[in-house]
Design a protein around this ligand. Structure first.
Ligand SMILES: NC(=O)c1ccc[n+]([C@@H]2O[C@H](COP(=O)([O-])OP(=O)(O)OC[C@H]3O[C@@H](n4cnc5c(N)ncnc54)[C@H](OP(=O)(O)O)[C@@H]3O)[C@@H](O)[C@H]2O)c1
Length: 280
């Protein structure tokens, strides 16, 4: 198991992954580095066995190094560590979560054929109900297994061939924003029908969570589950009619495809393949 786990960048995603690592690797020491040092210090104060350090110290001592900076920052941040990494004689693994950056791009920026794991997390990992897809380049089976164990409290942690990571990012990484939009719209509808705002939102959240859980646990096709709610001549089928008329399903498909296309475009707009990327 990894003993010295480092983070370069302790923003939203780096911070979330650091909290998960602290939970699942109680014996490990966390090394936290961030451009604005106060952020790393504040996080270190919340976690046991964590210290705020510099990027260089993370690069020099950690056996697992999470690179949790924005994709467009990587071409400056990672080459700055190349000398430090090159001096090391012990084994270490780099982990990138940057949208659109391949394992090979990370190797090129780091200046060596180091083992790399590329992961794509989403925001629900902060509540243990997220999804992480990952692939490795040069990482051993044992390292990948340790990585999977380390992040297990995040939710679903699954290997995926690298050529599918951009697609997973469009669905699983961007998807929480699409569902949040749906939640807000459902609550708005409830408010329009007279429910208090707080109540409407609570019902929307419970219903969406429950419908997803039922689909997952039953393994039943969503179309069959939908049919079961639509009584002949009833009210649900009238709602379904409106959603079909307004091309709800086509709009959702297009949202995923647009996010995917943007991922591909971002990848192609920078000489290193980093693009000018935002989060997925
Ligand atoms: N958020 C998501 O839903 C999501 C999902 C999947 C993947 N990701 C990926 O996760 C990565 C981080 O995204 P995020 O949402 O966590 O962004 P974020 O909240 O902006 O965090 C990025 C952090 O990197 C720090 N930083 C910038 N330059 C640095 C440097 N040279 N050295 C050390 N730290 C530096 C920033 O410090 P300051 O405090 O000074 O700004 C900031 O705290 C991105 O590559 C993104 O593609 C994010």
């Amino acid at each position: 198991m990894f003993q010295r786990i480092g983070f370069i960048g302790t923003g939203a995603m780096g911070g979330a992954v650091a909290k998960i690592a602290a939970e699942s690797a109680p014996g490990a020491v966390l090394y936290l580095a961030n451009r604005t040092g106060a952020k790393a210090e504040a996080l270190a104060a919340q976690l046991p066995d964590a210290r705020a350090v510099s990027n260089q110290e993370v690069a020099a001592v950690c056996d697992l190094i999470f690179l949790a900076v924005k994709p467009q920052v990587m071409p400056q941040a990672l080459p700055a560590l190349a000398e430090c990494l090159a001096r090391r004689t012990d084994r270490f693994v780099l982990v990138t979560m940057a949208a659109g950056l391949t394992c090979q791009t990370i190797r090129d920026l780091a200046g060596g054929d180091y083992p790399v794991i590329r992961m794509m997390p989403n925001t629900p990992i902060t509540v243990g109900a997220g999804a992480i897809q990952y692939c490795g380049l040069g990482a051993t089976e044992a390292e990948l297994a340790d990585f999977t164990r380390l992040l297990a409290p995040a939710g679903l942690v699954e290997p995926l061939p690298e050529h599918l990571i951009d697609a997973a990012s469009a669905l699983s990484g961007c998807g929480p924003a699409f569902v949040d939009l749906f939640l807000e719209a459902l609550a708005d509808g409830g408010v329009a029908c007279g429910l208090p705002r707080r109540t409407a939102l609570a019902y929307a959240q419970a219903m969406v969570e429950g419908a997803a859980k039922m689909a997952r646990l039953s393994g039943t096709h969503p179309g069959v589950l939908k049919d079961a709610v639509c009584s002949p001549g009833g009210s649900t089928i009238q709602g379904v009619r409106i959603l079909e008329q307004r091309a709800f399903r086509g709009a959702v498909m297009d949202a995923v495809i647009a996010a995917y296309e943007k991922n591909l475009q971002l990848k192609g707009t920078h000489p290193t393949g980093t693009g000018q990327g935002e989060t997925p």
